[in-house]
Design a protein around this ligand. Structure first.
Ligand code: AMP
Ligand code: MG
Length: 403
């Protein structure tokens, strides 16, 4: 088993340690259903009703009593017409009912023959052979039984969950408060998009990418802006950020350079619990506490921000936000569409695109894996995981994190 570089914490160990340290947020707000997507359910929700509430037809056709058919009857007088939203009267023995998709079966009817399998003429209908008992009937409670749990506490609500909650008639549900995440961008060189670029300057891309990823998770971004590279300014903004939010994320300034002031500021205001991971890109990642609040110091290079956020900070923030499962993105096996000849001392996350070919999926690398190249992330749809010490050839099986 290959060992990571000296003094570097392996990715899995780092994740286990920080996740054990994550404290889920508490409290609950009743929220209208239309505002619940991306929010985390605060307690289990049970259904007060059966869905569907009554047996109904899954086809346009004719409803009958199967016992009549089983006794050999093939010719039926049509005595009623029941459309969706209407309720028919009891079925007279030996007769059939014209019925439409979604209409409740009249009392006494238990089977539906689809109209394509029936010959109707002059107020009567004739059925051929092969009609099965209870055919084309959606029984009461088939989707959800009254009293059963519809959605579990700790679930991040998707559009499908919201639809499911609507199907049991709920107009509001209890959700956890949105996690408040402060973000700050360190670097004298940074200017905001829309401003002219002066000599030595670059645009602040991390701020927008991070804010977007947090909002996609349903969290509230508290944007603390740009912090110049000086120790006092860094300390001041970090402590303001800790006061304003549940958790603080910074980018840049976390390496060992003379102009990197984040680590010192964290040590002055709280504790550094983890620093330097066996991850590429993103080695200088820091985790600790600032004025009692959890803190992640992400690296400065945009691809490193993306990878460390996705692999390390994201699951932690989701746990804080109250999620009980699916903290990590789905990882699948795919085929390498590239060679990777150099073994590394850090676990690498290569920016790649997964393409399906026949019955398999092939991962192709972005040609530029430099940590400063954000275009690789925007182009890709997955990260190929290359463990420490591993090399790859075209056709090898690789683990791929789906984005
Ligand atoms: P640092 O870790 O502060 O030395 O930053 C590493 C690299 O990332 C440097 O080239 C920085 O200019 C760049 N960088 C830092 N922060 C940002 C940002 N917010 N947006 C774009 N690039 C950044
Ligand atoms: Mg910097």
């Amino acid at each position: 088993m290959a060992t990571p570089g000296q003094g570097l914490t392996p990715v899995e160990e780092a994740l286990a340690r920080i996740l054990a340290d994550a404290q889920p947020i508490s409290g609950a707000d009743m929220l209208p259903l239309a505002e619940c997507r991306h929010r985390v359910l605060a307690s289990d929700v049970h259904s007060g009703i059966d869905v569907p509430p009554a047996d109904n037809s899954s086809m346009d056709g004719y409803a009958l009593r199967f016992a009549d058919y089983a006794a050999g009857q093939r010719h039926f007088t049509v005595t009623q017409r029941v459309v969706a939203g209407a309720v028919g009267g009891p079925l007279k023995a030996g007769t059939a009912v014209r019925i439409f998709t979604g209409a409740e079966l009249p009392p006494g009817a238990d089977t539906v023959v689809m109209q394509e399998d029936a010959r109707a003429a002059d107020g009567a209908v004739e059925f051929g052979e092969g009609v099965r008992a209870a055919a084309n009937v959606r029984p009461r409670g088939q989707d959800i039984a009254a009293g059963s749990r519809v959605v579990e506490a700790g679930t991040s609500l998707t559009a499908a969950h919201v639809g499911l909650l609507a199907s049991v008639g709920l107009s509001q549900v209890p959700v956890l408060p949105r996690l408040r995440v402060a973000i700050l961008s360190t670097g004298n060189e940074l200017v905001e998009p829309g401003q002219p670029l002066g000599p030595g300057q670059i645009y602040n891309s991390n701020r927008y990418m991070l804010a977007g990823m947090l909002e996609d998770l349903g969290m509230t971004v508290v944007d603390m802006g740009i912090v110049p590279d000086d120790p006092e300014g860094t300390r001041r903004l970090l402590s303001q950020a800790a006061e304003a939010a549940d958790v603080v994320l910074s980018t840049g300034g976390v390496s060992v350079g003379e102009e990197d002031h984040v680590k010192g500021a964290v040590e002055a205001l709280g504790q550094l619990q983890l620093w330097k991971l066996a991850i590429k890109p993103g080695k200088p990642l820091a985790y600790g506490r600032v004025a009692g609040k959890p803190f992640f110091g992400l690296p400065g290079n945009p691809s490193s921000v993306f990878v460390t956020f996705t692999v390390i900070a994201r699951p932690y923030l989701l746990r804080m936000q109250g999620l009980t499962s699916d903290l990590r993105l789905t990882e699948i096996q795919a085929t390498a569409g590239f060679d990777w000849p150099k073994p590394g001392k850090r676990q690498e996350y290569l920016r790649a695109r997964l393409e399906t070919h026949g019955d398999g999926a092939v991962a192709r690398l972005h040609p530029n894996q430099s940590s400063g190249v954000l275009a690789s992330v925007a182009w890709g749809n997955c990260l190929v995981v290359v463990p420490v010490g591993k090399t790859l050839e075209v056709g090898d099986v690789v683990s791929v994190v789906l984005l």
